[in-house]
Design a protein around this ligand. Structure first.
Ligand code: ADP
Length: 401
């Protein structure tokens, strides 16, 4: 079996009485990828994505799911829609029931689950999106971000392999957008393939494994983000703008700075590039440490006292449950998105931080920090949270955050 989960082969589609919206599009999406479909308004992103779960049928060409051409009979579509979940841009169009529970239960009940299985599916989905306790709330009284989470839970309740999000952050404020993007990361970490459409290059550039640039119903480019967004000509043709980090990297290169082939994807990468070009190292002062607390496993009731004992300390939380745990323990979060990089940047200034996380994401901290340390030659200690142990290795407080 191949690792390709969705594939389009020369897809064309024209709306009745409309222009041809998709004009010969081919691509593939691998299992476990985070894909951004990027293009201006009217490029054909929504049209194309509606074909991923058979809501639209191409006029010609073939859409394949798990290597098998999609069939459009009722039974096949029912199976497909369980495996490919679609989250609409506007949650008001997706949410249909008078309570959160009933809304999230709609999908599994429709699939014929018995009452207990529906209850389990709803409980798990609401837990995944951080809306436990919202069961009896009327969705129309929730905030935009909460409505979005209800819509996502409704799709998650069917445990799909692929989640497709049309403009997931439109209508959300910056912090609501960061929360949703982090939720998508978390779901990806749990094994889901994630596809989003967006015209926001700053959002797509650091997030996606690969970006597909679409304009006028055609694919202009499909590659890792620094290549997909790195060609000024294509970016102009797609009516987009180059991500700021990439633009700065290009300017530095023109000025003779040694910019690596792998372009900076984050502020941390950019700081490293500038510091190494300038012959300076953050290691002039001893790096701070990063302590990782797995809130699923560690004794979180001892966290507040531990935090007090190790002040000053910045706290970051990765994932829905970790953020809930921080709120429950009254811990103030400094970082809620891009947490690992922000803690590395802080460590480079000799300052300590604590990352709250959960099972599936805990491993990402050491992987990312180790990769940074290998590249930079700087050693940043990462400790597991342990109320008995590691105080001895902890550097003295640094006088401010
Ligand atoms: P995007 O999601 O990139 O903004 P869409 O897929 O919504 O783009 O639209 C692609 C093209 O198809 C546009 O020209 C749009 O006007 C047209 N279109 C979208 N929906 C319809 C529709 N229901 N009927 C006719 N034309 C449509």
């Amino acid at each position: 079996m191949s690792n390709i989960i969705l594939e389009a082969r020369d897809i064309r589609y024209r709306y009745p009485r409309g222009m041809e919206a998709i004009r010969g599009v081919s691509f593939h999406i691998r299992k476990g990828e985070k894909i951004a479909l990027v293009g201006p308004n009217g490029a054909g992103k929504s049209t194309l994505m509606l074909m991923f779960n058979g809501m639209l049928r191409p006029d010609s060409g073939t859409m394949l799911f798990d290597d098998v051409p999609i069939r459009y009979d009722k039974a096949s579509l029912r199976t497909l829609r369980r495996r490919v979940g679609f989250v609409l841009q506007n949650p008001d169009r997706q949410i249909i029931a008078p309570t959160v529970y009933q809304d999230v239960a709609f999908g599994p009940a429709n699939l014929g689950y018995d009452e207990e299985a529906v209850r389990q599916a709803v409980t798990l989905a609401l837990r995944q999106v951080g809306l436990e306790g919202f069961e009896s709330r009327p969705p129309h009284l929730l905030s935009d971000g909460e409505k979005k989470r209800v819509a996502i839970a409704g799709v998650l309740a069917m445990d799909p392999d692929v989640l497709v999000f049309d403009e997931p952050t439109s209508s959300l404020d910056p912090s609501g957008s960061e929360d949703i993007m982090e939720l998508l990361d978390e779901l990806n970490q749990e094994g889901k393939t994630i596809v989003i459409s967006t015209h926001d290059v700053e959002l797509a550039y650091p997030w996606a494994h690969r970006a597909i640039l679409l304009t006028d119903g055609r694919i202009l480019q499909e590659d890792v983000p620094d290549i997909a967004f790195g060609n000024p000509e294509l970016i102009r043709m797609a009516h987009l703008s180059m991500p700021t980090l990439l633009e700065i990297a290009n300017e530095l290169k023109k000025r003779g700075f040694p910019v690596p082939d792998q372009k900076p994807r984050s502020v941390l990468d950019m700081v490293q590039l500038i510091e190494s070009s300038a012959g300076r190292s953050s290691e002039d002062s001893a790096p701070g440490t990063i302590t990782v607390c797995n809130v699923d496993r560690d004794r979180i009731d001892s966290l507040p006292a531990w935090v007090d004992a190790h002040a000053p300390l910045a706290i970051g939380a990765m994932g829905t449950r970790a953020k809930q745990c921080a709120a429950q323990e009254g811990l103030e979060l400094e970082f809620t998105y891009g947490v690992i990089d922000k803690c590395i940047l802080r460590a480079l200034r000799g300052r300590n931080s604590l990352i709250l996380t959960t099972g599936s994401m805990a491993g990402r901290v050491s992987v990312r920090v180790e990769a940074y340390c290998r590249e930079s030659g700087i050693t940043i200690p990462v400790h597991p949270f342990d109320t008995n142990g590691e105080t001895d290795n902890f550097p003295p407080p640094d006088g401010g955050g």
